[in-house]
Design a protein around this ligand. Structure first.
Ligand code: WQD
Length: 376
């Protein structure tokens, strides 16, 4: 008879109820190899998201699922705060020493503008909480770490597309929290070779799971371009025009260029990172000084604000009015990834195109005009 499957590995996903987190949880559950634990304070997420993820995973089970298969579709969800060390500890206590195999740390505050207004909140949540999390992980013999970083660590990069070797130079408190947390993890890995950590520098995630059951649902008015365009098209935002933050940048059409990738591709990148930590793959090199590596997750294709508006006009049929206003503080002309390292070492490839991102975003938005709130 077939050998008994390996027992599920417990993986903690912080921010598991969020836009990126919920798609990461779904992708991990599809492998049937992980049992996901989530910690989320719901500052910018909804508990309903993880219920939807479990429904999707259960629906994807085969005809005679084993008990373990069913287990893999359930999330152990904790609505608590990473800035409270006791609350992190309580979760690890539940699983005991060595009980949690690895951590995917996605939870963070991420609005560049807001971070200039309340920097301490950002340092406490994005840096302080990361230190508490790492300390608790060490106490419980858990030393595999996938960190959610951001292209904002590059500031205004000297070359485009951006390789990982580019100097880190944040130009917002938010970006600084990402640089600091990466540095903290790298220093930890230098100090203790038992740690194995990968930092994933996200470019611009977009879209939703093709079922339309989960998607991006920021609390309050969206700061990001794509959810804002979706809210306008579905009538959730009544503003007559999209305010374009400047068209005097040194770019083809004068508006900022970004590297948009489908959130499902981004989520798959997290599974590949965990698999790199799982296997004896030598992404760190035989005599590495530290088992730490950072990878860009992007398509390597830059698209301007106007390209995005046109793609969403086609996907939604909504005729966006445009109003060109001044530049937004913290915006840089172009953030386009060189995705070669992640492709080579993790086997990562962002395959979905912009049309699919917009189609899936619109499918989610039309099926959930009010997002998750209707069910919270
Ligand atoms: C995209 C482009 C704006 C809104 C953000 C976060 C960053 C990261 C990814 C976490 C920019 C323009 C936007 C609007 C506009 N998140 N825009 N009018 O700024 O690249 O990055 O998401 O890691 O931290 O800052 O994405 O979607 O906010 O903006 O003209 O009403 O759209 O200027 O050029 P951004 P965005």
């Amino acid at each position: 008879s077939a050998p008994a499957p390996a027992p599920l590995k417990n993986v903690l996903v912080t921010g598991g109820a969020g836009y990126i987190g919920s798609h990461v949880v779904f992708v991990l559950q599809q492998t049937r190899r992980f049992k996901v634990i989530s910690i989320d304070n719901h500052h910018n997420s909804h508990p309903t998201a993880l219920k939807r993820v479990s429904e999707l995973s259960r629906a994807a089970l085969g005809p005679n699922p084993t008990e373990q298969d069913i287990q893999s579709t359930e999330v152990d969800a904790h609505a608590c705060d990473l800035t409270q060390p006791a609350q992190i500890r309580a979760v690890f206590e539940k699983y005991g020493k060595g009980g949690i195999w690895g951590v995917v740390h996605v939870a963070a505050y991420k609005a560049v503008g807001e971070s200039t207004e309340i920097p301490l909140t950002y340092y406490a949540n994005n840096v302080g909480a990361t230190v508490s999390l790492l300390q608790t992980m060490a106490d419980f013999e858990c030393r595999r770490f996938v960190y959610s970083s951001s292209a904002t660590v590059y500031g205004t990069p000297p070359i485009i597309p951006i390789p990982e070797t580019t100097r880190l130079q944040a130009d917002s408190p938010y970006g600084s929290t990402k640089v600091m947390a990466e540095t903290i993890v790298e220093d930890l890995c230098h100090a203790d070779p038992r740690w194995r950590a990968i930092s994933l520098r996200y470019f611009n995630p977009a879209g939703a799971h093709p079922s339309g059951q989960i998607g991006e649902d920021p609390r309050g008015r969206p700061g990001n371009l794509l959810p804002l365009l979706a809210h306008m098209a579905v009538g959730r935002i009544k503003e007559p025009t999209l305010k374009v933050f400047g068209n005097d940048y040194p770019t083809p059409d004068g508006t900022c260029v970004r590297d948009y990738l489908h959130v499902m591709d981004l989520a798959s990148g997290h599974l590949l990172a965990l698999e790199a930590l799982e296997s004896k793959s030598n992404i760190f090199g035989a005599n590495a000084k530290a088992h730490f590596k950072a990878y860009n997750l992007g398509k390597g294709k830059g698209m301007s604000v106007l390209d995005i508006v046109e793609a969403m006009r086609k996907a939604t049929g909504f005729n966006y009015g445009l109003e060109i206003i001044g530049r937004r503080r913290g915006d840089v002309p172009d953030l386009t990834a060189d995705p070669a390292l992640a492709e080579k070492e993790l086997g990562f490839k962002a395959i979905e195109n912009l049309e699919t991102m917009c189609r899936d975003l619109w499918n989610w938005q039309t099926k959930n005009p009010k997002g998750y709130a209707a069910e919270d």
